[in-house]
Design a binder for this molecule. Structure first.
Ligand code: SF4
Length: 244
């Protein structure tokens, strides 16, 4: 990859190294694709047929779990509808609940900086190869940012599954414990799953730390950057050449 002066400057500010091409680590054995969600109030069978406008409407009006009672608004997701990159986070926090967009505030700024260093943005228009679609595992904020409950994650899972099916990303970045639980059906910690390539329904998936965690643990930023570099490297090597 060629680094522009702006990208170099950005990485320098973050204290991160330049990404250089290297042989990727061995892929881990492909875990089974996410199994079908357990019975949940949301009708997964009908959700999987929705187009973008209908899916957005379904999330907006969803009352499939108790979180609809306390949310200000659901946080659907943002970005290019056919981005090559997809970032999956955990659940909306206070600012996301207020603004209706995932990854805002300081954690969102850090994510945007790291994506920008790879010439990626969450803009809705533009070349899909330089765009990201960002979604959370859970669309509504748990009260006081408590951990999501298993039944809430199950109820919301069909929405994320449909978003992934519609975007058809070429690489997925799973950020944080609950994104990993939902996409890989794994309770292993991030530290044990990062640094190798997983699969979600055939799509390469790289696990990394949530930006909110990186703000609390800046020493881990270098590892998160390594994860983004791994994802970029895998994308270059594995992306299907067929144009959409
Ligand atoms: S968290 Fe998901 S399942 Fe629960 S109300 Fe919000 S959109 Fe519906």
């Amino acid at each position: 990859m060629r680094w522009s002066a702006r990208q170099r400057q950005m990485l320098q500010v973050m204290g991160l190294r330049l990404w250089s091409r290297a042989a990727p680590p061995q892929s881990s054995p492909a875990p089974a694709a996410a199994s079908a969600p357990a019975p949940a109030p949301a009708d997964g069978a009908s959700i999987e047929r929705l187009d973008w406008p209908a899916l957005r409407e379904a999330v907006t009006t969803c009352r499939a779990c108790e979180l609809h009672r306390t949310r200000r608004q659901p946080v659907f997701g943002v970005g290019h509808a056919q981005a090559h990159w997809m970032v999956v986070g955990e659940a909306p926090g206070e600012q996301e609940d207020l603004q209706g967009e995932p990854f805002v505030g300081a954690a969102g700024q850090l994510l945007d900086q790291m994506l920008a260093a790879l010439a990626l943005t969450r803009a809705e228009q533009g070349p899909p190869a330089q765009r990201v679609f960002i979604a959370n595992t859970l669309k509504c904020r748990p009260p006081r940012n408590r951990n999501p409950q298993p039944d809430e994650l199950r109820a919301c899972e069909p929405f994320l599954q449909r978003q992934i099916a519609l975007v058809r990303p070429r690489i997925i970045l799973a950020m944080g414990r609950f994104a990993i639980q939902s996409l890989l059906q794994s309770s292993e910690p991030v530290g044990k799953l990062r640094g190798r390539v997983h699969r979600y329904q055939g799509v390469p998936l790289v696990v990394t730390y949530h930006p909110a965690y990186l703000l609390r643990s800046p020493a881990e930023k270098a590892r998160a950057w390594d994860d983004l570099c791994l994802a970029a490297q895998v994308l270059e090597q594995e992306a299907a050449p067929a144009a959409r």
